[in-house]
Write a protein that binds this ligand. Structure first.
Ligand code: NAD
Length: 493
């Protein structure tokens, strides 16, 4: 309702956090946007009090009420096993879309100045190796599960296409490692290809992530929106920040269906804390994404123009930028001075920057309901068959000894197809080059081609293997879905 202040949870955070957050709050107030800030805490102090989540209940309650967060950086304690409070916040509120625009800014020197770099990285924010499911399978073999789901992929990919539509962008590039991880990254790629058909006006391309990194360094202006899985996105979004001036200028928004969290990409930069020297631009640009999310686009545009004028004129530059431009660091603007200049520039238009006001926010407009492809009907009709099992074993036995031993106990239902060491077949046959690490995957399949395997067969097999090898540590059932293998071959199979 017009005139009603927005309610926003503000987390000043650690290190330089309170200084950059204060700068953004002052500019927002000067632009005339009324916000009721609910100040909440998370991060270092909370960990120190013994709250191992780093995010107290009062903060969670505030976010559940306001559903919008402006957040300073939070320190992640190193070495005593606590999870990052940043990641916890993103996950608790299912902010599945991490959106990071990287746009060339005036007055900020880069190798690509003048090329018109203006891309948005849309990173899946919940799944992948960041699901955080890790185990030591033996004392010396660690495993991290890479979880990619059709639902998670579809949500983020649709988000990217909708963002392209809303912003009038031309192209969405899907970046994966589907050539190597055919099932996980491959699922993401397949979902991208399926959904792209619903957005015929947008160019949809798939590139392998390493090629994306190469192309970003070579010709970054070719990219428009890049959508990708969590780890890929983590890396290339930092790369994108580097293309346009670095951490002091990199904003981000984390969007879910209910909650959105806005934060700078940089961390708490503790050595600058309390010195009034840090560059607040990244947090200010993040707060513009927040204002657009709150439907305060006019104010966001005015602030963005004032930031661009300030950078363009270069009369007030913070130390980091003075260093980059070879200016006099001793005479650089303080955080407060830089903020004052932006406020003084409200109402002015930049002279050299083409107007382009993004609106990186979830779509509220009425559109035909998307056709989700992960509903119960999909699974009700899907044919699924059990065809074997991979049993993982820790042992000092070499595969040459282990193979014949396992073959004597497979029973009537199974045969041992292979033993692999770190994904490469080590039995039958041997490769002199394959190093062994006391950790083997043993693949058992139906004794006769096409024969059925039951759950009871797998349990009985495991019982027999466990007697011979009590140090078995993991079982994975092998299934086929709609006639397709739900598992990959071993290297050399
Ligand atoms: P950092 O981003 O805090 O600082 C690295 C360096 O980048 C700084 O020393 C400084 O030279 C420069 N820098 C960063 N932000 C700047 C700015 N706004 N203006 C000018 N220069 C800037 O990274 P770090 O030192 O690796 O991490 C410090 C702490 O922050 C760690 O505890 C880390 O876990 C945390 N962190 C939090 C977040 C987050 O809250 N989203 C992100 C990254 C790191």
């Amino acid at each position: 309702m017009p005139g009603q202040p927005h309610r926003v949870t503000v987390i000043p955070g650690d290190g330089v956090g309170p200084e950059v957050v204060r700068s953004a709050q002052r500019i927002i107030a000067a632009a005339g946007v009324a916000i009721d800030w609910e100040t909440a805490e998370a991060g270092a102090e909370v960990f120190k009090r013994g709250d191992t989540s780093g995010v107290p209940q009062a903060t969670r309650d505030s976010i559940a009420r306001t559903r919008v967060v402006l957040k300073g950086p939070l320190e992640t304690p190193v070495g005593f096993g606590e999870k990052s409070a940043n990641v916890t916040l993103r996950k608790l509120f299912e902010t599945y879309a991490n959106v990071r625009p990287a746009r060339e800014l005036p007055g900020v020197p880069t190798r690509y100045a003048g090329e018109g770099v203006d891309m948005i990285i849309v990173r899946e924010n919940i799944e992948d190796l960041y699901a955080g499911i890790e185990h030591m399978q033996t004392a010396d073999v660690a495993q991290c599960l890479k979880i990619i789901t059709r639902k998670g992929s579809e949500k983020i990919i649709r988000y990217a296409f909708e963002l392209a539509r809303r912003e009038g962008r031309r192209k969405v590039t899907c970046a994966t490692k589907a050539n190597i991880m055919k099932l996980t990254e491959g699922l993401f790629k397949r979902v991208f290809e399926e959904l792209s058909a619903e957005y015929p006006e947008i160019v949809a391309e798939h590139l392998i992530i390493d090629n994306v990194a190469h192309q970003m360094a070579k010709d970054p202006a070719q990219f428009d929106i890049i959508v990708t899985t969590n780890l890929n996105g983590d890396i290339i979004s930092d790369l994108a920040s580097g293309l346009v001036g670095g951490l002091g200028f990199a904003p981000s928004g984390n969007y879910g269906d209910d909650v959105a969290i806005f934060e700078a990409v940089h961390g708490s930069a503790p050595k600058y804390a309390g010195k009034d020297v840090i560059n607040p631009t990244a947090l200010i640009l993040s707060s513009l994404m927040m204002l657009r999310h709150l439907d305060e686009s006019d104010a966001a545009d005015r602030i963005e123009d004032a930031v661009l004028v300030t950078l363009e004129e270069g009369r007030a530059v913070t130390q980091d930028l003075a260093r980059q431009t070879g200016g006099d660091v001793a005479r650089a603007a303080s955080t407060t001075g830089f903020t004052n200049t932006i406020i003084a520039n409200l109402g002015r238009q930049p002279a050299t920057v083409p107007p382009r006001h993004g609106s990186e926010r979830p779509s509220g407009e009425a559109r035909p309901r998307p056709r989700w492809t992960y509903g119960p009907e999909r699974y009700a009709s899907m044919e699924e068959e059990l065809v074997g099992a991979d049993i993982f074993i820790e042992s000092d036995d070499l595969p040459l000894m282990m193979g014949p031993k396992l073959e004597t106990l497979v029973g009537d239902a199974f045969r041992l197809l292979f033993i692999s060491s770190r994904g490469t077949v080590a039995y039958p046959g041997t490769s002199t080059a394959t190093d062994h690490v006391r950790h083997y995957r043993c693949r058992f399949v139906a004794a006769h081609e096409g024969a059925a395997v039951t759950d009871a067969d797998v349990r009985a097999l495991l019982g027999r293997v466990a007697v011979a090898y009590p140090s078995w540590n993991h079982v994975e059932k092998l299934r086929r879905y709609a006639g397709e293998d739900g598992f990959t071959k071993a290297q050399g199979q």
